[in-house]
Design a protein around this ligand. Structure first.
Ligand code: SF4
Length: 632
């Protein structure tokens, strides 16, 4: 099945044990001075243990202030080499190859993460994402940066890396140099393609001069820049040919930039959505091409290789969700693979809010050392609730050696994660639910459906600890008409328990309201409206686009006053109006179910997690679940 994917591959002069590559993912685990931490090294080691053929690190900076996140690694000092050597030796001990990605963020930075410096860019045009006005880099600085790129690459070689990857994708400095939308220079670094490519060519020249011909120098490029009227595939094919001529040993193909406003399109939900570009680029170069972005299954990866559309397969978020993915494929344990569900909450979401990289489906990411050191005594643990938090807690607790019983009040496992898979574009959420349920069975967790945990059970069982993972209940406000028969909860609508009539009003424009409205609009022909008290509905660009496409009306800064048999009375700016409604859907949010914790607190150690504490999401539930088990 995986003849090519799991077969060895020779990249330049280096043997890879398979064609599975971890592509770069910012973790923010290092020190602010660019030195590596044990946490960062151990995080990568887990992937090497998991059998990846090649690992590409996150972007190393070559100047102390040249960074877009405050805790990324650096190779701007010789003193940083020894720890990197310890790191590369460790990765090599598992038979994986390790590549050091090097970058400068250009205008995709700000003074809060780069030590108070004004970002630099080809021209003084702010990044549409971060908004800070950069200053135009001078020619003297370009020469200095080029040389520092080469110095960092030489340090990487001395530190034992198998190669470097020069980052010219995703909106960073070298990407900006290429773009006529960002590069308005009139000197030798602006204007025609040859000039806009000049700094890149000089970087390759300097790097190759310093590291020699026997060292891999790859590059990451976006096959389009994502700007309206910007660089497209054919421009990128021209770029690819020039990169090969400049000395690139492989091309790692990705897409867009972080500030392009266009990336978060439904196309990026599709598996292998960059493969068509790899395939075209591969036709015009003779160096290997890495395909990445939403390749999540071994079958799709093998198909891409068999079709000759790429030479290597890159996976980043998949390697977070399951660092042991290659070994599981090799052993035929596909059903044990914990798949990325494309939520972007634990990885990008955490980083964008100033945190560190994590993962909703794998809360152990970045906590490998804690897991190594966790050697609890076996205890008796009861868990209330069989949603994602409760099941993750059971999974962690059983593996830690505790004797566990899980109590679930309903007749199914999964909680709100089950209905969360029903809106458009959310189907893969079910992969995690089914994986958790499989773990309950494989680990022989004693779980009892239709059995709420009560004080009486706890008094009888006398556990050492209870984990309360009862989640939240849908808020049903005291609005006239809320008890009418055509009024239903969002979860029931999503699960298909309710047939909605034409003219549906969804009360509440948070995440659940927006996704439910879109699901209803997708399923039936009637008019769907969302009413939200806040000035805007849940800010998901994907779902806003879908709501536009399905013509879902949005009433913002609008309050639901009354529900009648054929309409919903709403108020905006003191004026009332009626929105026709044959079905009304309640999506006012959730309130924590935490009364059990109060009832039990005098009996044993009680830990309350996820939505039982406050309204949250499955990421909080799984993270809290791990925290609770580590604290028993
Ligand atoms: Fe995938 Fe979500 Fe984990 Fe990110 S947080 S790696 S998107 S499952």
């Amino acid at each position: 099945m995986y003849d090519k994917l799991l077969a060895p591959y020779t990249l330049k002069n280096v043997e890879l044990k398979n064609r599975l590559v971890v592509t770069a993912m910012v973790t923010n685990y290092c020190k602010e001075d660019g030195f590596l931490t044990d946490r960062w090294m151990r995080y990568h080691e887990e992937k090497a243990k998991g059998g990846w053929g090649m690992i590409i690190t996150e972007d190393y900076c070559f100047r102390p202030e040249g960074k877009g996140y405050n805790r990324i690694p650096g190779l701007f000092l010789d003193e940083q080499i020894p720890l990197n050597k310890v790191f590369t030796d460790k990765i090599h001990s598992y038979g994986s190859r390790i590549i050091c990605q090097i970058y400068h963020p250009g205008r995709q930075s700000n003074q809060y993460v780069n030590g108070g410096h004004q970002p630099v860019a080809p021209s003084a045009i702010p990044c549409p994402w971060l908004k800070q006005i950069p200053r135009a880099i001078t020619v003297e600085e370009i020469h200095e940066y080029v040389s520092q790129f080469g110095d960092a690459a030489l340090r990487a070689k001395k530190a034992g890396f198998d190669g470097v990857e020069i980052h010219l994708a995703h909106g960073y400095l070298l990407f900006e140099m290429l773009s006529p939308h960002v590069n308005k220079r009139t000197d030798e670094y602006g204007g025609c393609f040859k000039n806009r490519f000049r700094m890149i060519r000089e970087v390759f020249e300097d790097v190759k001069k310093k590291v020699g011909e026997d060292f891999i120098v790859g590059t990451r490029l976006s096959y389009q820049d994502g700007y309206k009227g910007g660089r497209g595939l054919y421009d990128s094919m021209e770029l690819a040919m020039n990169l090969e001529t400049a000395g690139a040993d492989y091309l790692n193909v990705t897409f867009g930039s972080y500030g392009d406003h266009n990336s978060y399109d439904r196309d990026v939900q599709k598996h292998g959505f960059v493969t068509h570009a790899c395939s075209e680029i591969k036709k015009v170069v003779s160096i290997p091409v890495i395909d990445t972005n939403r390749i999540t299954t071994g079958g799709v990866a093998e198909a891409i290789l068999q079709a000759g559309e790429a030479d290597l397969i890159g996976m980043e978020r998949t390697s977070l969700a399951d660092p042991h993915y290659p070994n599981k494929l090799k052993k035929g344990q596909e059903e044990q693979i914990r798949h990325c569900i494309n939520c972007n909450i634990g990885c990008y979401g955490s980083l964008l809010s100033g945190g560190t990289c994590s993962c909703l489906v794998n809360p152990e990411v970045g906590r490998e050392i804690e897991m190594d050191n966790f050697k609890p005594e076996s205890k008796r643990v009861l868990i209330a609730g069989g949603g994602p938090g409760g099941m993750e807690a059971a999974y962690q607790a059983v593996r830690a050696g505790h004797k566990v019983t899980l109590y679930e009040a309903s007749d199914f496992l999964g909680g709100q994660l089950v209905s969360a898979a029903f809106p458009p574009m959310k189907g893969e959420v079910a992969l995690f639910t089914s994986w958790l349920i499989r773990q309950m069975k494989d680990l022989k967790v004693d779980f009892r459906l239709n059995t709420p945990l009560t004080r009486a059970i706890v008094e009888e069982e006398k556990p050492d600890a209870v984990i309360v993972a009862t989640g939240g209940s849908a808020i049903v406000p005291n609005i006239p008409g809320i008890d009418l028969p055509h009024v239903h909860k969002a979860e029931d609508v999503l699960l298909g328990k309710v047939v909605t009539g034409e003219d549906v009003v969804v009360c509440g424009g948070g995440e659940v309201g927006v996704e439910t409205a879109t699901a209803i609009a997708f399923r039936c022909n009637g008019k769907v409206s969302v009413v939200e008290m806040l000035p805007s509905v849940f800010p998901s660009l994907d779902f806003r686009k879908l709501m536009d496409e399905y013509e879902v009306d949005r009433y913002t800064s609008t309050k639901v006053k009354e529900i009648k048999e054929d309409c919903v009375i709403v108020e905006k700016n003191g004026e009332e109006c009626a929105i026709p409604a044959k079905t009304v859907v309640l999506a006012f949010g959730y309130k924590p179910n935490n009364t059990l914790a109060e009832e039990l607190k005098d009996l044993c150690d009680v830990k309350v997690i996820g939505g039982s504490i406050k309204t949250s999401n499955a990421f909080a539930a799984t993270t809290d679940a791990l925290n609770a088990v580590l604290d028993i």
